[in-house]
Design a protein around this ligand. Sequence first.
Ligand code: ZN
Ligand code: ZN
Length: 411
Amino acid sequence: MKGVLVIMDGLGDLPHDKLNGMTPLEAAETPNLDFLATRGEMGYMDSVKPNFVPESDEAIVCIFGNDLISSTRGQLEARGAGLKLTRGDLALRVNFATIKGKEIIDRRAGRNLTTDEAEILSRALNEIKLPCKFEFVPTVQHRGVLVLRGGFSDDFSGNDLTYVKGKAENVSNIGNCKPFNDEDNARYTTNILNEFLEKAHEVLINHPVNRERREKGFLPANYLFVRGGGIEVPKLKQYKKWISITNMPLEMGFSHLSGMNVFELEYPRLKNFDAYENMHNALAKICKFSIKVIKKNLKSADYVYLHIKETDLPGHDNKPFEKKQMIEYVDKTLFKFLRRIAPPKEIKVVVTADHSTPCKMKAHSADPVPVLYYNNGEVPEVKQFSEKEARKGRLGRITGKALLKKVGFAK
Ligand code: ZN
Ligand code: ZN
């Protein structure tokens, strides 16, 4: 094994009042990350390009050397969910959400929709009558994939206008899917999608699962948001000697389509409606699983792509303490292990994020993310892995597309 790339989703942040003006990464006790930072170089990265607010899929596609246009989220998620697609099938990422009238109450239905509930709701959704074949597949909690079978267009907007390429606008009302061009197929596609979304709302609003949720004081999952529609299986750069370790469908799909050997960990099912307890549990499992997989593949794999999803979520919920706690947990498990094996085995370690998710913004931002490149180098000065220190680092400011070449993980 030559190198390990750890992407901590949404790691980058901004100073927060509740952390005495520090970022979660700065405030976190991270002796092992600091050890790696001290014996390496740091820099900061625009994962897509400057002033662009990336979604996770856009960022990882670019970090692995692809052009932004070479992929769509729906296709990656569908591949991750194990769906077989043929050209023209339209795949979209879906969120269960909560609305009241036209107003968006919560884009993730309170983040505590259990996978069991989602499965029951999807059975009802799959009964909807449409003029085409379709499949709705729930993945993890509020997340799912919708596939319309047939020759569709992907030139249209989703129904949550917050997700406009490269910008973060916090839109408060639901929209319709709108075609980006005048062609019949784009209009036909959005008509079918809007019809599906309307019918889905009717199915969901009166569903017993949602009645029970309301009785428990939880937000009902009464609406669907679709985004990232794609009709072509993305052609991505191939990384044959890489292994990938992940617990989320997007990263699974991306890794499979990039030719990696994928080690998938099933996301723990949310059982008692405590989203954060479940997240900490998921984090513990992926760290443990990663250590095991890395140990087993030290001889057979050249590089590892390890994606830690959980660190993104507290940013969306403005929970800086939770984010700090998660960073500390990864430090004392995974990074403690990497600190121990990297020097004797001459393994290089890169730690970065796909984008910033500043707690106080509750959304992704265009702020560049910190990059740590451990190469068992000299010890020039005591360093801490943080956004601030990264900006002073020798690697300087780079784009996502330049990262793997810069650290020698790709040619
Ligand atoms: Zn992300
Ligand atoms: Zn996010």
